[in-house]
Each structure stands twice: as structure tokens, then as C-alpha cells.
Write a protein that binds this ligand. Structure first.
Ligand code: SF4
Ligand code: SF4
Length: 57
């Protein structure tokens, strides 16, 4: 299941912690997560100060 984004404020924290380069942004804001690259490590979810990333069961 994927990691999804809702209400990104474009702070850039998640893209810095993602070691798989799986976070796709547009104009600084997260658009979606590339499921092909994402290994579900959850680091981005833990790092987002705005709680904008979620893991869908
Ligand atoms: S769960 Fe891990 S690999 Fe997937 S987008 Fe977040 S930080 Fe990157
Ligand atoms: S850490 Fe959260 S608010 Fe910041 S860019 Fe990533 S999803 Fe958006």
C-alpha cells in the first residue's frame, strides 16, 4: 500500500530524509510518492512537521 500526501506545505523535510528519492514534488510541494521506488521505510511520515504524509493500510 502507498504513502499518500494531504496538505503538504512544501517545507522540503521529507525529500531530505528519503533515501530512495521516491518523493515527487512540483514547485516544492509533494505531489505523490513513487511506489516503484518507495520501500515504505516511513522516515518521511515521521519527519513531516505538518503531518501531511500518511501510510494507507
Ligand atoms: S516511506 Fe521511505 S522510501 Fe518511501 S517515500 Fe517515505 S522516506 Fe522515501
Ligand atoms: S515534510 Fe510534509 S510539509 Fe514538508 S514537504 Fe514533505 S509532505 Fe510537505
Amino acid at each position: 500500500m502507498p504513502v499518500v500526501v494531504l496538505g503538504c506545505k512544501g517545507c522540503g523535510t521529507c525529500t531530505q530524509v528519503c533515501e530512495k528519492n521516491a518523493i515527487i514534488t512540483n514547485a516544492g510541494k509533494v505531489v505523490r510518492i513513487d511506489e516503484e521506488k518507495c520501500d515504505l521505510c516511513m522516515k518521511c511520515i515521521e519527519a513531516c512537521p505538518n503531518r501531511a504524509l500518511f501510510y494507507l493500510e
